[in-house]
Write a protein that binds this ligand. Structure first.
Ligand code: AHQ
Length: 236
């Protein structure tokens, strides 16, 4: 099979997002309509924290599997963005502050005391995928961020409009992330276009992105089941 052109390959990747990205998940739809209560927001913040704190672990594993210095010297920025560097406290610290603003304490978050099994398993599967697959498939799996800026912008507006009990300063992560997501997904798309040359390699990249969409959806499935779908939790 002939390889896709760069434009065709990019379109294949973007179609995955149109079909499967978690912006369309019922939990996010309820969130963005302002229909979640405090307990449901707390559960989402606590469980997303587990995803966020594992991102730099995943990125460090990808670095360890990538032999190309030119790639590593740019990819390393992702770790600093989350762990912080110099005066920048980093994204993980911003999530801890968001947790405190919704009524959680740092210890509950850091010790995974409110973590749902389905979220743990999905996030751990993402880390394991990057730890065991070729580095370029790890890059491809991060391309869900092609679709993240629009979702985070919609989410920020929803929080500012519907969840006014949360200190707006605690939404700093959602203000800062979209530009970093655009930067990172531009870099990731350039890498997969450059290093996925054969049709087989391109299809592996598309499969990796599809897998990552399932990782994101599985986390929301666990949250939706636990705090919405159960009969005693159905919206009245
Ligand atoms: O805040 C998010 C983030 O830091 C990352 C890193 C990236 C990756 O390397 O897989 N993915 C990602 C995402 C973040 N936020 C999610 C959201 O819904 O707020 C979206 C998620 C992504 O699209 O992959």
């Amino acid at each position: 099979m002939n390889p896709w052109s760069p434009a065709q390959f990019s379109e294949q990747l973007r179609q995955v997002g149109r079909d499967r990205y978690h912006d369309k998940h019922p939990f996010h739809l309820l969130m963005n309509e302002g229909r979640l209560d405090r307990q449901q927001i707390c559960l989402w913040v606590a469980n997303r924290f587990y995803y966020q704190k594992n991102i730099p672990i995943k990125d460090a594993l990808l670095l360890s599997r990538c032999p190309l210095r030119e790639v590593r010297r740019r990819w390393v920025q992702r770790i600093l963005d989350h762990d912080g560097f110099g005066d920048d406290p980093g994204g993980i610290e911003k999530w801890l502050r968001l947790g405190e603003a919704v009524g959680l304490n740092r210890d509950e978050l850091e010790r995974d005391l409110i973590l749902l099994p389905g979220v743990r398993f999905a996030v751990d599967a993402y880390v394991n995928f990057v730890a065991t697959r070729p580095w370029i498939e790890g890059v491809a799996s991060s391309l869900t961020e092609l679709f993240a800026p629009a979702l985070m912008t919609e989410r920020l507006a929803a929080f500012e409009r519907h969840y006014t009990w949360i200190d707006p300063a605690a939404l700093a992560y959602f203000r800062s992330r979209p530009s970093l997501a655009r930067r990172d997904s531009d870099h990731g798309l350039t890498l997969v276009t450059e290093y996925c040359r054969t049709r087989a390699e391109q299809e592996c990249a598309v499969a990796a992105l599809r897998f990552k969409c399932d990782i994101l959806a599985a986390q929301l499935d666990a949250l939706y089941h636990h705090c919405i779908a159960r009969p005693d939790q159905l919206p009245r």
